[in-house]
Write a protein that binds this ligand. Structure first.
Ligand SMILES: [Zn+2]
Length: 205
């Protein structure tokens, strides 16, 4: 764990998609096609050893790694936490099939310590359902964007509210955006997103 500091994501990234940008300005792609999320914060690059930790945690049932990953997440909190009043934190919802496969709700595990530390309400995960689709990791960028279309359904009042979404890994941002789109369609105002890890340094749109 000693070399984790080299994975801390650069500050010179686009605030909407976290790809490298000059002086941290909104990148050309986001200026052209603004995403539904209002801010994206990624704590670390998706590189070793985080990559392997996440794999063992999610796919090999090593639930005890939760503590380590929670700790890493809280070591790199978004600067926007200070400026915003969130009505609730939403753990990226999983389909019931995926939940059975993993055996635990991994994004919820990451969300608990944020709720406790920041004293923000926890959004009841049962209020959003997610239709099962092919795992995003098996798809190319274009397919990832269309794969999630209309996969979320929100079953509670969200009008006029601001939310913080939490996920373990962000690649194209398709899951965050689809969920933000669904929430905004139902009247939510600001949607900020926070992922533990995201694209590697070579990642380009
Ligand atoms: Zn961008």
């Amino acid at each position: 764990m000693a070399d984790i500091s080299r994975l801390v994501m650069s500050h010179n990234v686009c605030p909407l998609c976290a790809t490298l940008s000059i002086d941290g300005e909104v990148c050309g792609r986001c200026q052209k096609n603004p995403p539904y999320i209002d801010r994206l914060w990624v704590s670390y690059y998706y590189e070793e050893p985080i990559k392997t930790l996440l794999h063992h945690w999610k796919f090999r049932g090593q639930v005890d790694l939760s503590h380590c990953l929670q700790h890493l997440l809280l070591m790199r909190t978004p600067s926007f936490l200070l400026e915003n009043n969130f009505d609730a934190v939403i753990a990226m919802p999983m389909s019931s099939k995926r939940l059975l496969e993993h055996g635990f709700h991994h994004t919820l595990e990451l969300t608990y310590p944020v709720v406790k530390q920041q004293q923000i309400n926890l959004f009841n995960v049962s209020h959003i359902t997610r239709e099962h689709r092919i795992a995003q990791s098996q798809l190319k960028r274009k397919e990832r964007l269309s794969n999630l279309k209309n996969c979320f359904a929100v079953h509670t009042e969200v009008e006029g509210k601001n939310f913080l979404l939490i996920d373990d890994v962000v690649t194209t941002g398709a899951s965050f955006n689809e969920l933000a789109k669904t929430l905004k369609k139902q009247g939510a105002i600001k949607i900020y997103a926070w992922a533990l890890a995201g694209q590697n340094r070579q990642f380009k749109h």
